[in-house]
Ligand binder design. Structure first.
Ligand code: FO1
Length: 310
């Protein structure tokens, strides 16, 4: 069975991964997740993208939101807000808190984020390997046009992506090292898949960890466009991408230096020639992954671009 590595953000990636695990042997799959969105809250380490993947693939996600736990309750966060006056702009549900407690306990005992992630993934019975992009602290920071420097979650959740963006800074990335196993998995991969995640603050953040983008150079790399019809399928890519990259072809151009294949939605079929002109093989299909079956078809289309997949 071929070895596959997926580079993943949170919600959009998780929906695609539901299909990828049906298209390949999960034991031959390594998912490398963005941790630039991580934050410390109430003394706990929260890793939203790792958790969206874990809960979705583990069958415990709140399906409508795509993040947090299904059947969630808010007793602890209500007590924190109303009795202790703690900040309430980022809600941690009661079940979700258990994950952050376990992760934070591992870290407080001197363990790494990789070790905490492996422990949580095992508890959820994930059949594939889930790795953080790095064990080092990396924080995505948004510089706003009104002159402020905000943590990504403060901008996205706290201010509902209201302030215009002057720039994105990946604090700590230059000094980070890929987590154990990341470079080895890429080196052994028959295919590296870029999930349909934000090209700036998800895939871009992973690629900013020294060594990861270089490791893609001689691997077959395929991606799924996160932009359909000139708008992000979900999330805030339209607030972060330069206007000339806000299309399925524009994102492919961003990755062109190492991209071999690109899956685009049928609504963007007229852009296929533009992508092919980059020297990238193209597949056009329905990429709105409302079911695992559609996600599987997208995964098979992606893998089919880099080798004839059985
Ligand atoms: N998103 C929100 O819009 N509001 C929240 O209060 C919130 C809490 C939250 C808690 C845990 C978690 O794993 C994710 C959470 N998210 C929340 C989602 C998260 O901010 C974003 O989905 C990603 O970080 C961006 O991809």
């Amino acid at each position: 069975m071929p070895d596959v590595v997926a580079l993943a953000g949170g919600i959009g990636a998780a929906r695609f991964l539901r299909g990828l695990v049906r298209a390949v042997d999960p034991t031959a799959l390594t998912v490398v997740a963005n941790t630039g969105d991580d934050l410390r809250l109430h003394g706990l380490h929260v890793s939203p993208d790792l958790d969206s993947i874990t809960y979705t693939l583990g069958g415990g996600v709140d399906a409508e939101r795509g993040w947090g736990r299904a059947g969630e309750t808010l007793a602890v966060s209500t007590e924190l807000r109303d009795r202790y006056g703690r900040p309430a702009w980022f809600t941690l549900g009661d079940r979700d808190l258990a994950t952050h407690l376990v992760r934070s306990e591992v870290l407080a005992a001197g363990g790494t984020l990789s070790e905490a992630t492996a422990r949580i993934a095992a508890a959820w019975g994930l059949g594939f390997r889930l790795l953080p992009m790095t064990d080092a602290p990396v924080a995505t920071r948004i510089t706003t046009t009104d002159g402020r420097d905000l943590h990504f979650q403060q901008w996205w959740v706290g201010e509902r992506a209201g302030p215009d963006v002057a720039g994105v800074r990946l604090e700590g990335a230059a000094d980070a090292r890929p987590a154990p196993g990341v470079l080895e998995a890429i080196a052994a991969a028959d295919a590296v898949v870029l999930c349909p995640s934000n090209p700036v603050v998800s895939i871009g953040t992973i690629l900013s960890v020294p060594g990861i983008q270089d490791a893609l150079a001689d691997r077959p790399v395929v991606g799924v466009s996160p932009i359909v019809g000139g708008a992000p399928v979900r999330g805030m890519a339209d607030r972060l991408l330069p206007p000339d990259q806000l299309s399925a072809a524009g994102v492919a151009r961003r990755y062109a230096g190492f991209l071999d294949g690109w899956v685009m939605d049928t609504r963007d079929a007229d852009l296929a020639d533009e992508v092919a002109d980059l020297g990238v093989r193209v597949a056009v299909t329905d990429t709105i992954m409302t079911t695992p079956e559609i996600a599987e078809a997208v995964a098979r289309a992606a893998l089919g671009l880099v080798r004839p997949w059985s």
